[in-house]
Each structure stands twice: as structure tokens, then as C-alpha cells.
Ligand binder design. Structure first.
Ligand SMILES: NC(=O)c1ccc[n+]([C@@H]2O[C@H](COP(=O)([O-])OP(=O)(O)OC[C@H]3O[C@@H](n4cnc5c(N)ncnc54)[C@H](OP(=O)(O)O)[C@@H]3O)[C@@H](O)[C@H]2O)c1
Length: 205
């Protein structure tokens, strides 16, 4: 089924996710702080989609994906306003920054900023270049997802559409574990010399 998706943030995550969702037929708009910035205009020209301001990014969408720097999460969620029935997906990582006292995950921070939203964590445990082809040697990369149902199942379906081996690993209280998985990926990629060209995969016996 074609979904209407707002991807917020015109960086490498936002543009690659937008490209991936469009490649399987979803309708995507990009939300940016300044739709006329060089970055936003470049994304619009390259991807052939509409770039809208943050207050329009969630309007009428089934899904809104946050792909901004952690430092900008609270202000960005506030700027989106009421997301209605849209599933609000958090693809961000703290990358060394501290969570506020009392929060166990970025998803907690988002849920506190927008208490009525259905919130889901996902797309944060892999380098952004993998979104457009999430396979290595024909094996789908594993993508853990955590959050409110039925939103989490919808996001797993979208992730599967674009080629991931997606699995809902729990509710919103499990988001911390998914954020820890991203910390492991970042550690392996940048601190052990493994580099960005790897991803997690699931083997079962
Ligand atoms: N890079 C990866 O491979 C990867 C993979 C998975 C998850 N992540 C996480 O996904 C998020 C986006 O990563 P990215 O690499 O795409 O980031 P990025 O290119 O550095 O930035 C993404 C967007 O953040 C927005 N932003 C809004 N307010 C900001 C502020 N005050 N300071 C800085 N940026 C601000 C900008 O939005 P505008 O377009 O509105 O200017 C920018 O385009 C991060 O939380 C990152 O940890 C990254």
C-alpha cells in the first residue's frame, strides 16, 4: 500500500531514507527548517520531491521520520506540531551527548515533547548509505524496531519493503536497547577500524 511519508532533515539519513521509500512507490515529502537552504534545494532537485517547512511536514502523513541531529530533536518535534495519527519514527542517536535526567532513550524525550503521538524507534542502527540497498552478499541487514503498536508493525513493514530484515523487538521501553545497538555500530565503525561498510544480520538455527 502506498503511504504518505514525511522525512524530516535534509542530511544523509533524511535524503537516503526518502530515496529508499520513493523507490518502492511511497509518496515522500522532505521537511526542513529552511526549505530554501542550499541543502534543501539540492535534495529537492536531486530527489524530485517537495521540501516543506517543519510545520507542514506531518500534515496528512501516515508516517513522519525524524532524521535530525540529536541536539535538534526537541525543537524539531515541537515545530512539527500535532502529528495527528501519523507514526512518529525516531532515527536519531545521541552520539556521545547526554540524555536529560529521567529519560532512558531519545524516544522518551520525543514522547514527552509530544505525549499524544505514536512513537517508534528505528533506522538508527546502520550507516545511512545502506538505506537504498540494505543487503550484503544478497543477505538483508537486520533492523531492530521498538515502539507503540500498531505503529511499530507498520514501520517494520515499510523497512521490509525497502529490503531490511526488520523485527519489532519491543514497545517504547525497549528503545534504549535499540539505541545501544546503534552505539555498538558506531563503536565498531569508527573506533575499531571496521569502517561503515558493515551491518548487523540475523542467523537462526
Ligand atoms: N549518518 C548516519 O549514517 C546515521 C545513521 C543512522 C542514524 N543517524 C542519526 O540520524 C540523525 C541524522 O543524521 P545525519 O547524518 O543525516 O545528520 P546531518 O546530515 O548532520 O543533519 C541532519 C539534519 O539535522 C538538522 N538540524 C536541525 N536542527 C539542527 C541543529 N540545531 N543543528 C544541527 N542540525 C540540525 C538539519 O536539518 P535541516 O535539513 O532542516 O537543515 C540537518 O539536515 C542523527 O541523529 C544521527 O545520529 C545517522
Amino acid at each position: 500500500m502506498t503511504r504518505s511519508i514525511g522525512v524530516v532533515g535534509a542530511g544523509i539519513v533524511g535524503t537516503n531514507l526518502a530515496r529508499a521509500f520513493m523507490s518502492v512507490g511511497h509518496h515522500v515529502v522532505l521537511g526542513a527548517r529552511d526549505p530554501l537552504s542550499d541543502k534543501a534545494v539540492a535534495a529537492r532537485n536531486e530527489l524530485g520531491l517537495d521540501v516543506v517547512s517543519l510545520d507542514h511536514a506531518a500534515e496528512g502523513r501516515d508516517v513522519v521520520v525524524l532524521a535530525v541531529q540529536y541536539a535538534a530533536v526537541t525543537a524539531t518535534v515541537a515545530a512539527l506540531g500535532d502529528v495527528g495519527d501519523a507514526v512518529l519514527v525516531d532515527a536519531t542517536n545521541t552520539v556521545g551527548e547526554e540524555l536529560p535526567e529521567g529519560a532512558t532513550s531519545i524516544l522518551d524525550v520525543i514522547a514527552e515533547t509530544n505525549p499524544s503521538a505514536t512513537v517508534v524507534k528505528g533506522f538508527n542502527t546502520i550507516g545511512a548509505e545502506a538505506f537504498v540497498k540494505p543487503t550484503i552478499d544478497s543477505r538483508a541487514l537486520f533492523l531492530p524496531i521498538a515502539g507503540d503498536q500498531p505503529g511499530a508493525d507498520l514501520i517494520a513493514e515499510l523497512a521490509t519493503d525497502i529490503g531490511f530484515d526488520a523485527l519489532v523487538v519491543g514497545d517504547r521501553t525497549t528503545a534504549r536497547i535499540v539505541e545501544n545497538a546503534a552505539e555498538l555500530w558506531i563503536h565498531l565503525a569508527f573506533r575499531t577500524g571496521l569502517g561503515r561498510s558493515f551491518g548487523f544480520a540475523r542467523l537462526e538455527r
